[in-house]
Design a protein around this ligand. Sequence first.
Ligand code: MF3
Ligand code: CO
Length: 266
Amino acid sequence: MDKCERKGEKMVTIKSKKEIELMREAGRVTALTHKAIEEAIKPGMTTAELDQIAEKVMKKNGAISAEKGYDPGIRGVPKYPAATCISINDEVIHGVPSNKRYIKNGDIVSVDLVALKNGYNGDAARTYMVGEVSKEARRLVEITKQAFFEGIKYARKGNRIGDVSHAIGEYVKSQGYSVVREFEGHGIGRSMHEEPEIPNYGKAGRGIRLEPGMTLAIEPMVIAGKPDIFQLDDGWTIVTRDGSLAAHYENTILVTENEPELLTIL
Ligand code: MF3
Ligand code: CO
């Protein structure tokens, strides 16, 4: 979620038992969609083809993409035109699928998608390694995924959001990489973006306390080089300023009495 996107701020919602069931189902469809993409992705495909696969899987499972038609509420920025965000190599997030954009051997391809089913959203991102990727690219992808798992160690009742943010940021820094500062994780439920904001860096002990029934999208966005980014003229695609590689890993989780439950992993 974009930090500027403060309009219509909502409270942190605690989901009821029934809502948790609906979140599980939206998460399951989100995970199924990723599974289909993981199986299909190969060199020579376009990002538009992958996008169509995602849309089909969602439809078959009674969901739609919450990204398609998403209005960021920023003057001059068009509604999001595709079902998924697909960002290759130095593209960090919000790459717009296109029938002119081919996936090549050695690419790292970040796919971020949100399935909306029965009024509830599941949000997950993966960075897929296509064919033979460089050692550096593989390490970046693995560390980005691990950053998520370092963060959710703290996603427990009574801890604070800052504990999660801090764990992610410190882990990434310890590995010599940078987190993106302009975009962050978020609460999720009936809306794709709910309170609270969950930065991928910050101080431990700060922010709201976590409570059972909160559903959160935690999403480290990691750059192999410097943290600076910029937006392309399409109004969406975010790329690294220094041209270095970037990766993204996200799941929707449920805070419980004990360990968090991962809603977007099958
Ligand atoms: N799925 C993204 C997130 O993790 C949001 C994508 S923006 C959209 O928050 F415009 F594509 F919807
Ligand atoms: Co998200």
